[in-house]
Design a protein around this ligand. Structure first.
Ligand SMILES: Nc1nc2c(c(=O)[nH]1)N[C@H]1C(S)=C(S)[C@@H](COP(=O)(O)O)O[C@H]1N2
Ligand SMILES: [Mo]
Length: 207
């Protein structure tokens, strides 16, 4: 852990203590914010729900795509999690509603040879992770934030939510999950961000 992280890490944990929450929830080098900063590379897509689909393909038995109505007819869950951006802000107790990823992936039938996923967004953004990270029980396809549909800037109509990784892995405007037999890096991973991105291990950059 570098000196910057030591100072900022103390800041976030101090903020947590002042707020009366468990300081160990704040990863090293992070500070807490009650704002919701926006980080989008490129433009925010305009989405027509009547033609929108979410596809899963690649190393699965049954590739499929769901329409918006089909997605809303699947199992729904609301959960409250902490999110951590690599630019050092963390936000505690954010509440999201959507489809648990396990419920969605069950229908596809992941082949035993599958190891990784590349998430594809409208506009070309991508991000990768091992299947075991994708299939964690707190990962969801989120369409609602704090009881409201996602704002366009925050990923409308649907984003991946991967609470245990830095927030760049939570692909906004999600359109496709490509299941792979080997790792393939996504947009930020190819541009210097760490492949794994665990905030508690401070896996920010490759260098
Ligand atoms: N499609 C898409 N998803 C994305 C991004 C992006 O540029 N495009 N940025 C990522 C990054 S770097 C972060 S920190 C979060 C930011 O989400 P927010 O704008 O809702 O805070 O979205 C992630 N998902
Ligand atoms: Mo980010």
């Amino acid at each position: 852990m570098g000196i910057t992280s030591k100072i900022l890490g103390e800041r976030g944990r101090r903020q947590a203590k002042e707020a009366g929450v468990d300081a160990s929830r704040v990863p090293p080098g992070q500070y807490l914010t009650s704002k919701f900063p926006v980080l989008t590379y490129g433009r925010v897509p305009k989405t027509d729900l009547s033609s929108w689909t979410l596809a899963v393909d690649g190393e699965v038995e049954s590739p499929f795509a769901v329409t918006w109505d089909e997605l809303l007819a699947m199992e729904q869950r609301t959960q409250t999690v902490d999110i951590h951006c690599v630019t050092r802000w963390s936000k505690l107790d954010t509440t999201w509603t959507g489809v648990p990823i396990t419920a969605f992936m069950e229908r596809a039938g992941v082949r035993p040879s599958a190891t990784h996923v590349l998430a594809h967004s409208d506009g070309g953004y991508t991000t990768n992770m091992p299947l075991e990270v994708l299939l964690d029980d707190d990962v969801m396809l989120a369409h609602t934030y704090e009881g409201q549909p996602l704002e366009p800037d925050h990923g409308y109509p649907l984003r991946l939510l991967v609470p245990k990784r830095y927030f760049w892995k939570s692909a906004k405007f999600l359109r496709r999950l490509e299941i792979l037999t080997a790792d393939r890096q996504g947009f930020w991973e190819l541009n210097g961000y760490h492949n794994d991105g665990d905030p508690f291990k401070e896996e920010r950059h490759w260098f």
